[in-house]
Design a protein around this ligand. Structure first.
Ligand code: NAD
Length: 500
């Protein structure tokens, strides 16, 4: 029998017991993995093991996918009218809202997030997305197409069938919802594979999906290692689509696997190294605040981080002075404590990776303005770090670090900075700070990225699509555009008068 992990939270933010089922959730039931293997789940604040969860392998994934296929055929898809699918999603949103403290607490514990950020940002964003797509469930219509009086032609927006959703560890709940909500709204059956590092909030979600009353098999969760459970999902012949969020390296593998198996559809939300331009006319204090949020929030573990910063020469020194002071003011610690602003990195592997990049930056000759080392002895903390006077050829400028490390370079002209900004394999997001509206529009048009934010860092909304250009991926999450990622268009031709 699969176990339950119970944790007693005793923080001024939240007090209470939360129980999480640690099995696999397949076909509406909790189950052990076939192999009985488990994964250790760590608390990033002190490196201790908090629990173990079942680890799915290919056999478990096969069982989940077959159950999903059966559910799709018998009790889901377009058989269930859109307004009924929508009603279930509204109910799920209400349940998430009701249990928001518990979900936020588990998310904070598992991913090293600050409880308040998890509650007021990630979980609220999840609720908004569930309600947004609940509203779409009965509005994703095809068209009647004018051809001739002898023919009736129309399109249907049909669900794909079974979709595999593979998500990373940085926003485990929120990113899962970005996929789950449009996938279910459009009538697909879902097999969700959370990251092996942070599976707990997906397991809580499974319990709420069951309580909401979705038919068995329509939603399954298979925690497991990427190379095993993720790979099995990407390979499976009955999976019609994989929606993947994670690194560019693994995204490439998922696409390759899809190409070698059943040519399943793939959408990819991958890494970034987003250019962040501060022009000489920017509101410098606001720019610094947004950039600090963009690179030090969640210890920089954000795909759309404001990680590659270009500052006009006229304000370069002043910017660095303010940016440094703000970085030094960030209080790191346990996200359940009132004296902490930000938590640790998620894992030992991530800690080692970020520290290795910091060493690389030093060896490449970038100037460390502040930080540049591990913080504390226990837990996976790295000091908020700023490298200045960086060159475009440095690895710390070209590669995604995914930690609290901002790199800053000086520029002279708009033309020059746009060349520098677009000189990257990535194209997820981009940022510019200026008071000149003509320049804002010009620069937003010229930046080669899926998002351009003017005078803020990434503030996402359920209505607005998010997704990358270039090697940051393809396909969109959120907004009406995400419906396309989970549907296929059928053209129906009805001959009412053409004779041969
Ligand atoms: P990752 O690529 O290592 O893992 C992502 C997911 O893929 C995990 O669930 C993992 O288990 C699974 N996986 C690993 N190997 C697999 C395989 N062979 N086949 C199928 N699945 C496999 O990424 P991560 O370290 O969890 O997350 C960090 C990365 O995610 C960063 O590069 C970040 O930029 C990116 N990210 C992108 C977005 C976005 O929206 N563009 C959002 C968040 C994170």
């Amino acid at each position: 029998m699969p176990g339950t992990f119970t944790h007693q939270f005793d923080s001024s933010f939240f007090k209470g017991n939360v129980a999480v089922n640690t099995g696999l959730f397949i076909n509406g039931q909790w189950t052990d993995s076939v192999s009985k293997e488990t994964i250790d789940i760590f608390n990033p604040v002190d490196g201790t093991v908090i629990t173990k969860v079942a680890a799915a392998n290919a056999e478990d994934v096969d069982i989940a996918v077959k159950a999903a296929k059966q559910a799709f055929k018998t009790s889901w898809g377009l058989k269930v009218p859109g307004h009924q699918r929508g009603r279930l999603l509204y109910k799920l949103a209400d349940l998430v809202e009701k249990h928001q403290d518990a979900i936020a607490a588990v998310e904070a514990l598992d991913a090293g997030k600050h409880f308040i950020h998890a509650k007021t940002q990630d979980i609220q964003d999840g609720i908004k997305n569930l309600r947004y797509y609940a509203g779409w469930a009965d509005k994703n219509q095809g068209k009647t197409l004018e051809t001739s009086e002898a023919k009736l032609a129309y399109t249907r927006h049909e669900p794909i069938g079974v979709v595999g959703l593979i998500v990373p560890w940085n926003f485990p709940f929120m990113i899962a919802i970005w996929k789950v909500a449009p996938a279910l709204a459009t009538g697909n059956a879902v097999v969700l594979k959370p990251s092996e590092v942070t599976p707990l909030s997906a397991l809580l979600l499974a319990a709420l999906v069951k309580e909401a009353g979705f038919p068995d098999g329509v939603f399954s969760v298979v925690p497991g290692y990427g190379a095993v459970a993720g790979q099995a999902l990407a390979e499976h012949a009955l999976v019609g689509k994989v929606s993947f969020t994670g690194s560019t390296f693994v995204g490439r593998k998922v696409m390759e696997t899809a190409a070698k198996t059943n040519l399943k559809r793939v959408t990819l939300e991958l890494g970034g190294k987003s250019p962040t331009i501060v022009f000489e006319d920017a509101d410098l204090e606001q720019a610094v605040k947004w950039i600090v949020y963009g690179i030090f929030h969640h210890s920089g573990q954000m795909c759309a981080a404001t990680s590659r910063i270009f500052v006009h020469e006229a304000v370069y020194d002043k910017f660095l002075e303010l940016f440094t002071a703000a970085a030094q003011a960030v209080r790191q610690g346990d996200g359940f404590n009132e004296d902490a602003d930000e938590g640790p990195l998620v894992s030992k592997a991530q800690l080692d990776r970020v520290l290795a990049y910091i060493e690389t930056g030093k060896q490449e000759g970038a100037r460390v303005v502040t930080g540049g080392a591990r913080a504390g002895r226990a837990g996976y903390f790295v000091q908020p770090t700023i490298f200045a006077d960086v060159r475009p050829d440095m690895r710390i400028v070209r590669e995604e670090i995914f930690g609290p490390v901002g790199v800053v370079a000086k520029f002279s002209t708009e033309e020059e900075v746009l060349e520098l900004a677009n000189d990257t394999q990535y194209g997820l997001s981009s940022y510019a700070f200026t008071r000149d509206v003509s320049r804002a529009v010009r620069v937003a048009n010229a930046l080669e990225a899926g998002c351009a934010f003017i005078n803020s860092s990434a503030l996402l909304e359920p209505q607005v699509p998010f997704g990358g250009f270039k090697q940051s991926g393809h396909g969109k999450e959120m907004g009406e555009y995400a419906l396309e990622a989970f549907t296929q268009v059928k053209a129906v031709h009805i001959n009412v008068g053409i004779k041969l």
